[in-house]
Design a protein around this ligand. Structure first.
Ligand SMILES: [Zn+2]
Length: 376
């Protein structure tokens, strides 16, 4: 293996194993030379990646994608792009390159590390994302307003990079995506680390309030043991739960929970679904169970699927999924949503994805594939 790929693996593991940068299977990294780009395969975790976790693609073939005219229907279009992406693979053909491959290819630096850092998203998922980005990084960063992931986002970023380069005379090394995360590009992995360190320092200086205690404590609830009694669709599902100072802050009442009842990013939807269910506490357990059953049923009728996150007033949060591991994943991602919401208060408060943006992700097959891979 050549040294460039060794560097890519090292920096991938470095950021991938830090939960303040990457949760669950999120984030991706790449290295490119003139002819080829090596990018993390979809469904592979950065924290444990080795040379077998990367796909190499022909950059010449990737360039065809940006010039081609695709179907106007978003789902057809994404499938067409996916098939062109597959045709660009050099090796191995059995892995699926990250859906953000074309985006990585656009960035004019050899290494790209794309993550969803909690603090960055405290800014990016806030009411003042753009102005804060401008304030903190000025002309050194490119800010891209929220755009549906996939080809539309790719086109938007391409446009942004082109305009940035014309105006500034160099290509952007920091590209911030609203309600998503950040791409950092550099010709060495050392420089990538330096840029990220500077970015975190700049955001830290803007955070007035310290995060409440995040130490997880167990909760005892009949809801955890008997989650399958809440809805027939939960049959065979597992629930796990915890509480912490951070959780307490949000589950104290319906009003405080409003600040954490929806998804901030496409990844949140992939792991946790888009809406989180608040269940008021009751004096006794039978009443609580009946209440929870009614709430879960109403949720199911409204959205067509069951909630993965249940928030119990004054008690804690519960993740429900097919396995213990995936239920734990749900809670990891949801806890991150709580942190982002808390940090966003420094920047005008939280800004969730809207209904159209949520619907696009819900319908997107590519994300379903990731959901499947995340569970395996
Ligand atoms: Zn991403």
């Amino acid at each position: 293996m050549n040294k460039d790929l060794q560097d890519l693996i090292r920096v991938s593991i470095l950021f991938g194993s830090d939960p303040s940068f990457v949760i669950a299977g999120g984030g991706n990294t790449s290295y490119k030379n003139e002819e080829k780009i090596w990018i993390k395969a979809s469904g592979i975790s950065l924290a444990t990646i080795d040379e077998n976790g990367f796909v190499s693609l022909s950059r010449e073939k990737l360039k065809l994608i940006s010039g081609k005219q695709y179907s106007a229907d978003p789902l057809l279009r994404e499938n067409e792009v996916k098939s062109d992406l597959h045709s660009a693979i050099v090796s191995p053909k059995n892995l699926r390159p990250s859906v953000e491959t074309s985006l990585h290819d656009l960035i004019g630096y050899r290494y790209v590390v794309h993550t969803h850092p909690t603090k960055v998203n405290g800014v990016m998922c806030s009411q003042q994302a753009e102005e804060t980005c401008q304030q903190l990084f000025g002309k050194k960063a490119l800010f891209v307003p929220y755009t549906d992931p996939g080809y539309t986002l790719f086109k938007k970023v391409a446009e942004g990079i082109k305009k940035f380069s014309q105006d500034q005379g160099f290509e952007p090394q920091m590209i911030f995506l609203e309600n998503h995360g950040v791409f950092v590009g550099a010709d060495t992995t050392g420089e990538i680390e330096t840029i990220y360190a500077g970015m975190m320092q700049a955001i830290d200086a803007k955070l007035d309030r310290q995060l409440p205690d995040t130490e997880r404590k167990p909760i005892n609830s009949k809801l955890i043991e008997q989650v399958d009694a809440l809805h027939p669709g939960y049959k065979g599902y597992t629930a796990v739960g915890f509480k912490s100072g951070l959780v307490d802050h949000f589950v104290a009442g319906e009003g405080s929970f409003k600040k954490a009842d929806k998804s901030f990013t496409p990844d949140d939807i992939v792991y946790c679904k888009a809406h989180y269910l608040y269940i008021p506490s009751s004096m006794n357990e039978p009443e609580l169970m009946a209440n929870a059953r009614a709430k879960v049923t109403a949720y199911f009728d409204r959205y067509g699927y069951l909630p993965k996150v249940l928030a119990l007033q004054n008690q804690g949060v519960i993740g429900v999924e097919e396995s213990r591991k995936s239920a734990q994943n749900v809670l990891d991602v949801y806890e991150n949503i709580l942190k982002i919401s808390f940090y966003s208060e420094n920047f005008g408060g939280p800004k969730f994805l809207n209904d159209d943006q949520i619907a696009f992700i819900d319908n997107w097959e590519v994300e379903n594939y990731r959901r499947k891979m995340a569970k395996s």
